[in-house]
Design a protein around this ligand. Structure first.
Ligand code: ADP
Length: 267
């Protein structure tokens, strides 16, 4: 469905991603991990038509992204940014979510349709934002804001959700809340999820499949069990770790080893 074939791209004359290929199907849940500067954000940009591929191609149902108009793409794919853009702070939650219906506006249509209102109501229920309806975005907590951003993306009724580190500014309670919501959308609505994540333990717990980037190339791809071994993590992140299992989920759980305890791990 969404396919990258030998994609190379970058900025100015400098290639950042090299020869990236993978395919995703409806209902897949992919996590993209890798150290700072490894190319995660660049990958998200080339998958969402923000950045064109220099070589290779990105296709959605066999059509190259540059053949798909932005408004059509926005009905199929939504990008959830890390933070809410500041110019929107004075908006109410409801108006901000309604903006997600923009791709569905017909020419010269100024007011939202019955269908727009029905969809907005539905996504507010799904994201538990109904109670926030009249609040201004600037008055929301981090978790409430993140739910509102996701609600706006869902108002586009996308088949594909691309999330840029949706939990990076949240405490652990809200991290779990947001990722549980994304998982529910993936399982119940079969929305394809592609999520950039910093936190390896969250990636392990929530993603069915991972792509680990190193210096712009895919270093390893597979299930969390296949990708998150201590050998691979130590090589890519240049840090000593111990990999255990979460006793409840059996997913890999990564523990850091401080420098002064290095000899204890190595002995
Ligand atoms: P990550 O998201 O994994 O931290 P990025 O894709 O943001 O990685 O960055 C990969 C590389 O591309 C870095 O070396 C970064 O400096 C460079 N880069 C990112 N954005 C731009 C840009 N707009 N112009 C030039 N270089 C950029």
């Amino acid at each position: 469905m969404l396919k990258l074939e030998k994609v190379t791209t970058g900025y100015d004359a400098k290639a950042i991603l090299n020869d990236i290929s993978f395919t995703l199907e409806k209902g897949d849940f992919l996590g993209v991990i890798g150290p700072n500067g490894s190319g995660k954000t660049t990958l998200l940009r080339v998958m969402s038509k923000i950045l064109p591929p220099w070589k290779g191609k990105v296709t959605l149902e066999g059509r190259r992204l540059d053949e798909i108009k932005y408004m059509e793409l926005a009905k199929r794919m939504a990008v959830v940014p890390q933070r809410m853009p500041e110019p929107f702070f004075s908006y109410s939650v409801r108006d901000f979510i309604l903006l997600g219906r923009t791709p569905y506006l017909r020419r010269f249509q100024l007011l939202e349709s019955e269908e727009d209102l029905r969809v907005v109501q539905e996504v507010m229920e799904e994201t538990d934002t109904l109670g926030l309806e009249e609040r201004n975005l600037e008055d929301l907590s981090g978790g409430e804001r993140q739910r509102t951003i996701i609600a706006q993306a869902l108002a586009q009724e996308p088949e594909i959700l691309l999330l840029d580190e949706p939990t990076s500014h949240l405490d652990i309670g809200h991290q779990v809340e947001i990722l549980d919501l994304v998982r529910k959308l993936n399982r119940e609505k079969k929305v394809m999820v592609i999520m950039l994540l910093h936190d390896l333990n969250l990636a392990s717990e929530y993603c069915d499949r991972l792509i680990l980037l190193k210096e712009g190339s895919i270093f390893k791809t597979g299930t969390p069990e296949e990708v998150l071994t201590y050998e691979i993590i130590e090589e890519v992140y240049n840090a000593l770790v111990i990999v255990h299992k979460n006793p409840l989920s059996s997913k890999p759980h990564i523990l850091l080893v401080p420098k002064e305890l290095r000899h204890e791990k190595l002995s």
